[in-house]
Design a protein around this ligand. Structure first.
Ligand SMILES: [Zn+2]
Ligand SMILES: [Zn+2]
Length: 734
């Protein structure tokens, strides 16, 4: 007799929208969330079981049986699997790719889950002096180990023993066979800095926010803390974390990509008195898995990480915190397209737990949710140090020549602050030496042959580099078109600014922070050493520095190229500019020192520039929200964008025309607006042509219905090497 079996649906990491059915022997005790090895084509693939069907005899013969089982129990708890299916459905992403995104990298391969605990050795009893002397005579190396074990509190692991003696395996083995030493597996945790440091007392404002949220920790609610830079939102997070941990629950704490510094981790561990694990792209696959595993097994109560840490498995999740919720890094722009903030809210809703968002500059979406009473707002308008964030002063540079991007008045201010032992931060969101190289004779420009973009000059390596595809070439000596030697560069990037400031302020340290100088968090910390030490210096930074770090010694902030946003076609450009200016200028004057913030502009009478000097963030955002409402743009409408990239533009447009036809066929009775197909803003990128079609609706349900009717038809638009379709629901750009 054959074992009874059932038909189970699996998610495979493939760019297709359907699930795959296989026959699973009941002896496997199949449960959703388990991984199996499945026969696929001529080889094998890993699949995550999504649903166990009824045992059906009829179908039995048609379906292939699974090859083997990888996990004894489900890796993903039921709610997380349900969340993955929701993400796939809501964002119209291939279900298998989404489910695999929820797993750490090492579990996406056909191996059983590796052991993350480490072997520890300890003494089974304390040997007496006579025994010690005997061992010392016959096996001095064993004696060394025994003495070290006697002095250790919890036992020693491999690395400790290796420090004692390189060849430690044999003596340990002998001691084990004597029954003097035993070993066990224990999780290896980061040192949680000794007992909790109680030192900090909340300010009255912080205290009252904690008091308001504390009684609501057992229900789903989105709390948004809008606190000016330096107002101490982290202290509120810490207090809430402590309360959640005290109830035996766990916390996921998300920070923007560059926000996760060793200082933050230290602060979390010492204040909570607990080990905290991290998850971010700088870790190895194994270390990431280790964090995931230790959080999942409940060994640590907090995981702190970037976007994808949201998918950490937990059976006792009690709170999700998202710091700097407006930050664009929470939106994944490649692979599976999702927004971590919005998925976090869904997860919290499913579990009936709270979400705490924090920002000095909440996103337009979140402000809209406050207006609609979907989120609860708390304000922190005072800095902990009681000093006000500096008012922004405009530096009119419409009539003035700039030297490497700096006006004379800005340079004078830098001089003054340095002489008063202050630190200076200059914000320029453009890396490289110069964004453009041109021939004076014939007008040749350094364009990328794969993208509709200019190559940026990087003088230190004497090359032209495309910031979109990475193509690079040596800086030509002569014009490639006419042969003239008169090649000039235009515009200013951080590299040029650094060079200029180094010669202008020879006595000061100049530190440049951008993707070319900083490749990892470790690297970042090393470069920031003079800044953290409080020495007078000039810090040059791109967007990387606009995130919520604390630099208490900065007294002057200068913003060099804000004007770009005034003529950008990106509809969020003004929102971004306001957020960046407020975030960056908020870095000045933290530790009781008075700060100054200067904004260079050639358009000082522009209403937005005027507003930045005179209005609060909420006041600045009001007309922007009004305008979005008038135009029917997000957050007052929901958008889905279909983008095709193809070998030829005509092919991309043709595919989207077909898609538009489908949209028209299924939009009966639904009020939606279709824009396009049009070539994308940067039409050619990495050698492929891109076009897009957007569908907007003020009623989100209408858009959902449209997508539900549309998705089955999209199966006919096969993705090939020649043309690929990607769908973005709630894209950041249009
Ligand atoms: Zn030329
Ligand atoms: Zn390129």
């Amino acid at each position: 007799m054959v074992n009874p079996s059932s038909i189970c649906s699996f998610a495979l990491a493939l760019p297709v929208y359907h699930r795959f059915d296989y026959q699973v022997d009941a002896a496997f005790n199949p449960q959703p969330g388990m991984r199996f090895v499945l026969p696929f084509g001529s080889g094998h693939r890993v699949g995550v079981l999504i649903a166990v069907g009824v045992s059906a005899e009829l179908e039995e013969n048609k379906l292939k049986p699974v090859t083997s089982l990888l996990d004894e129990s489900p890796l993903l708890p039921a709610h997380l699997l349900e969340l993955a299916l929701w993400v796939a459905d809501y964002y119209c992403q291939p279900v298998g790719e989404v489910v695999f995104q929820f797993l750490p990298g090492v579990l996406r391969k056909a191996h059983s889950a590796p052991e993350t605990r480490q072997q520890f050795w300890r003494l089974t009893r304390t040997p007496d002096d006579e025994e010690l002397q005997r061992i010392g005579r016959r096996a001095p190396r064993q004696l060394v180990i025994i003495q070290a074990l006697l002095n250790s509190e919890h036992g020693l692991h491999g690395a400790d023993l290796r420090e004692l003696q390189t060849d430690w395996h044999q003596p340990i083995k002998s001691l084990q066979s004597k029954g003097l030493v035993s070993s066990e597996l224990k999780p290896l945790l980061a040192e949680s800095a000794t007992p909790q440091i109680p030192g900090y007392t909340l300010t009255a404002d912080q205290h009252s926010i904690c008091q308001s949220i504390a009684p609501l920790l057992d229900e789903f609610l989105v709390h948004l803390i809008q606190g000016v830079t330096g107002s101490g939102k982290t202290e509120i997070y810490l207090t809430l974390m402590q309360q959640v941990i005290a109830r035996g629950r766990q916390v996921i704490y998300l920070v923007p990509e560059i926000g996760l510094t060793p200082q933050l981790l230290q602060r979390l561990q010492s204040r909570l008195g607990q080990a905290v694990v991290t998850s971010h792209s700088g870790l190895t696959d194994f270390n990431r898995y280790q964090s995931w595993d230790q959080f999942r097994s409940g060994v640590v109560p907090v995981i702190c990480g970037t976007r994808s840490a949201l998918f950490s498995a937990s059976e006792a999740l009690g709170l999700i915190i998202i710091d700097e919720e407006h930050d664009a890094s929470y939106r994944q722009q490649d692979g599976v397209r999702y927004h971590a903030r919005d998925v976090a809210i869904k997860r919290a809703q499913m579990l009936n737990i709270p979400v705490v968002l924090g920002s000095a500059t909440p996103s337009a979406e979140s402000l809209h949710n406050i207006h609609k009473s979907h989120f609860r707002l708390y304000r922190l308008d005072q800095r902990v140090s009681l000093a006000q964030p500096p008012a922004i002063e405009l530096l009119d540079c419409s009539q003035l020549p700039l030297t490497s991007g700096c006006s004379t008045r800005l340079l004078q201010a830098v001089d003054r602050h340095l002489s008063e032992q202050g630190q200076v931060l200059l914000f320029l969101n453009r890396r490289g030496f110069a964004p453009m190289v041109m021939c004076h004779e014939c007008g040749w420009q350094s364009g990328c042959h794969q993208c509709d973009a200019r190559l940026t000059l990087h003088q230190s390596i004497n090359r032209l580099i495309c910031h979109h595809c990475g193509f690079s070439m040596p800086l030509p000596q002569k014009c490639p078109d006419c042969g003239a030697a008169d090649i000039k560069h235009y515009g200013v990037g951080t590299e040029q600014l650094e060079q200029f400031l180094q010669s202008r302020f020879a006595q000061a340290e100049v530190i440049r922070i951008d993707r070319d100088t900083v490749s990892s968090m470790q690297h970042f910390e090393t470069r920031m050493e003079p800044v953290n030490a409080g020495r007078p210096c000039i810090l040059i930074g791109t967007q990387m520095l606009a995130k919520g770090h604390d630099y208490p010694h900065i007294t002057l902030v200068g913003i060099l190229d804000a004007d770009q946003a005034l003529y950008s076609s990106f509809y969020r450009a003004s929102e971004r500019l306001i957020q960046t200016v407020i975030q960056v200028s908020g870095r000045a004057g933290r530790a009781g020192k008075k700060g100054q913030a200067l904004l260079q502009t050639a358009f000082p009478s522009h209403p937005l520039m005027q507003g930045l000097c005179q209005q609060s963030y909420s006041e600045l955002m009001e007309p922007i929200l009004q305008e979005r409402k008038l135009l029917g743009f997000p957050p007052y409408a929901r958008v889905v964008t279909f983008q095709v990239d193809a070998l030829e533009l005509a092919l991309a447009l043709q595919k989207l025309k077909q898609l538009k036809q489908f949209v028209q066929e299924v939009s009966d009775g639904l009020t939606v607006k279709v824009i396009g197909p049009i070539p994308a803003l940067m039409t050619r990128r990495i050698g492929r042509y891109r076009a897009q079609l957007s569908v907007m609706a003020s009623d989100f349900q209408a858009l959902r219905q449209l997508l539900q009717r549309l998705m089955p038809r999209l199966q006919s638009l096969k993705n090939t090497q020649k043309s690929r379709l990607t769908i973005e629901v709630d894209p950041l750009d249009l």
